[in-house]
Design a binder for this molecule. Structure first.
Ligand SMILES: [Zn+2]
Length: 487
C-alpha cells in the first residue's frame, strides 16, 4: 500500500477545461483526497511550484491490445503521461477468435482477454472495444464480400452483445479494411443498435478518408441517426492531396449533425503522416489509383515494422526497390508476400493546414493511434501528448493549455464512460501527470521515433508512481475498465 503523497503548490488543471489554479493536492491509496490547502497529514511531499498537475491522459485510440501484456510497463505510453488506453480500435479486437487483418484475435470472449490483461498486470488502465471486423471475420470469414444472411446477422449481434456484457466500452469498425469494407449500412445499424442499447460508443475508421471523406462522414452519421448510438470518428483527417483542404467542409457536416442532436465527436493524432498495414493499402489498390487510403506512391511509404526483414525498417519502398533492382510497385507486392500482416508503413498523407483545422474543433479529442511493433514505429506511439501540449498548444498557440488538457482527459473519460477518471477532484482515482509546461515537448522523429519525451516529471496510476524523471519505475498498478452493465 502506498502512503499519502502531497503535491505542493502545483498548478492544477482539473481536466474540465477550466483554467489552472495553484493548490496543494493530496492523494492516498488509489484516490485523490484533497484539492486546495494542505491538511497537515503526514505525507511524502513533492514540490510543484511552476509545474502543472493534470489528470493522467486517456488515450482513446490505441492498438495496444497485446502490447499491454507483452510490454506491461508500457513505457511508450506512460512516459508521455498516458494512464489509460482504449484498445480494440479500427474494427480489430482481441476477441472473438478470428482471422482478422492484425492477427491478434485469439480470445473466445472479451472477458477472457480482459482477465488475461489483469493477469499480466500492466502499468496503465485498459478499456476495450469489440471490433466489428473481428466479429464479421469470426462469423463470415475475412474474405466474404456479401451481405450476412439471417443466421450470420444473429451470430454477429450475439458476439457484440456478449462483448458488451463482458464490459466492452462499445464497438469499433474499420471500413477501409478487410473485412469491414464489405459491410453496408444495414449491417452496421443492426450492430450499432445493440451498442446504443448498452450505452456504448461506436467508433469508426471510416470507409474513405481521401476523396470521399465527406461521404464517409455522412455514412457514419447515418448509422448514429438510425440508432442513437454515440459516434466517434477515429483519427479524423483528409488523406491524400486530392482531399487536402476538405477538413473545413468535413467539420461543417459534423457541426450540422451535432446541431440537429446527433452525438458525434472525433479524435485526432497530431501529425501529417499516417501509419497502417501495407497489406491493406496494397489490397485496397492505393498504389494503383484513388482508394480508401488515397493514391500513394512507393516513395511515400516508409517501412515502420517488418519483423522478418528488419533492415527494411526506416526506409521507403522506393529505396528498397532501387537496392533490389525492381520497380516500386513490384517491391510492394514482394514485401506483402514476405511480411503479410506484420508490415506497417508510415504514409506522408496530410496537410499541416488540415491538421490545424481539426485540432481546434471543439468536438475533437486526442488519441494516438500508435501501433506498437518494429524498430521505427510512427512517432505518435511515443510522443502524441507532449507534441500537442508543447508544439501545438504552447509553441503554436492553437489551443489554450487547459483546453488541450481537457481534450486528453475529461473529454475522453466522459466519452468512453470512465467513472471517476480524467478529473482532479476529491474522490477521483489518482491517475495524474506532473509536467513542466515550459519544457514539455515531443522528441521523436520518423527516423528516431522511440525516444523519451521531455518535460514529464512524474506519472501516477491509481495512486502509484509509474514514471519518475523520464524513466518507468516498474510499478504496474493498471486496472481493467469495464462498462458497467445497464449504464
Ligand atoms: Zn484506424
Amino acid at each position: 500500500m502506498v502512503g499519502p503523497t502531497r503535491f505542493c503548490k502545483v498548478t492544477v488543471f482539473d481536466g474540465s477545461g477550466a483554467p489552472g489554479f495553484v493548490a496543494d493536492v493530496e492523494i492516498d491509496g488509489d484516490r485523490i483526497v484533497t484539492v486546495g490547502s494542505a491538511t497537515g497529514v503526514e505525507a511524502d511531499e513533492i514540490e510543484g511550484s511552476g509545474l502543472a498537475l493534470a489528470p493522467g491522459f486517456v488515450d482513446v485510440h490505441t492498438h495496444d491490445d497485446l502490447a499491454v501484456m507483452t510490454q506491461p510497463d508500457h513505457g511508450c505510453k506512460t512516459l508521455q503521461g498516458v494512464t489509460s488506453v482504449v484498445v480494440g480500435n479500427c474494427g480489430m479486437s482481441a476477441a472473438p477468435v478470428s482471422d482478422d487483418p492484425l492477427g491478434f484475435s485469439r480470445y473466445p470472449r472479451l472477458a477472457d482477454y480482459l482477465r488475461q490483461v489483469e493477469a499480466a498486470g500492466p502499468a496503465v488502465n485498459v478499456g476495450a472495444l469489440v471490433g466489428h471486423g473481428t466479429v464479421r471475420a469470426a462469423v463470415m470469414g475475412l474474405k466474404s464480400d456479401r451481405v450476412p444472411d439471417d443466421r450470420e446477422r444473429a451470430a454477429m449481434i450475439e458476439h457484440v452483445a456478449a462483448a458488451l456484457e463482458d464490459g466492452a466500452l462499445g464497438m469499433s469498425s474499420g471500413l477501409a479494411y478487410e473485412p469491414g469494407r464489405y459491410a453496408a449500412h444495414d449491417e452496421l445499424v443492426d450492430l450499432a443498435e445493440v451498442v446504443a442499447a448498452a450505452g456504448g460508443v461506436y467508433t469508426t475508421h471510416m470507409r474513405d478518408e481521401g476523396r470521399d471523406l465527406i461521404g464517409s462522414i455522412e455514412e457514419s452519421i447515418a448509422v448514429s441517426e438510425a440508432t442513437g448510438v454515440a459516434l466517434q470518428i477515429s483519427h479524423l483527417k483528409a488523406s491524400g492531396r486530392d482531399a487536402w483542404g476538405t477538413t473545413a467542409a468535413a467539420l461543417a457536416v459534423i457541426d450540422a449533425a451535432r446541431h440537429r442532436g446527433v452525438d458525434v465527436m472525433a479524435d485526432q493524432y497530431p501529425y501529417t503522416r499516417g501509419s497502417t498495414l501495407l497489406e491493406q493499402i496494397v489490397g485496397a489498390g492505393a498504389l494503383d489509383g484513388p482508394s480508401a487510403f488515397a493514391h500513394v506512391q512507393p516513395a511515400d511509404l516508409l517501412i515502420a515494422a517488418a519483423p522478418g526483414n528488419p533492415h527494411w525498417e526506416g526506409r521507403t519502398i522506393e529505396e528498397i526497390a532501387a537496392d533490389e533492382g525492381v520497380g516500386g510497385r513490384q517491391m510492394a507486392d514482394r514485401i506483402v508476400e514476405a511480411e503479410g500482416r506484420n508490415c506497417f508503413v508510415i504514409i506522408d498523407s496530410m496537410s499541416e493546414d488540415d491538421v490545424r483545422e481539426v485540432i481546434r474543433h471543439p468536438a475533437v479529442m486526442t488519441g494516438s493511434d500508435g501501433v506498437p511493433g518494429g524498430s521505427k514505429p510512427h512517432p505518435r506511439l511515443h510522443h502524441t501528448y507532449p507534441r500537442v501540449l508543447g508544439h501545438y498548444s504552447r509553441d503554436e498557440g492553437l489551443l489554450e493549455l487547459a483546453d488541450a488538457i481537457h481534450r486528453m482527459t475529461g473529454m475522453c473519460a466522459d466519452r468512453f464512460g470512465f467513472a471517476d477518471r480524467g478529473a482532479i477532484r476529491p474522490g477521483a482515482f489518482a491517475d495524474l501527470v506532473l509536467f513542466d509546461p515550459e519544457t514539455i515537448i515531443d522528441t521523436g522523429t520518423y527516423t528516431d521515433p522511440t525516444t523519451v519525451p521531455e518535460g514529464i516529471r512524474g506519472v501516477w496510476v491509481n495512486g502509484e508512481r509509474v514514471v519518475a524523471d523520464g524513466a518507468v519505475t516498474g510499478a504496474r498498478p493498471g486496472r481493467v475498465i469495464r462498462r458497467p452493465e445497464g449504464q
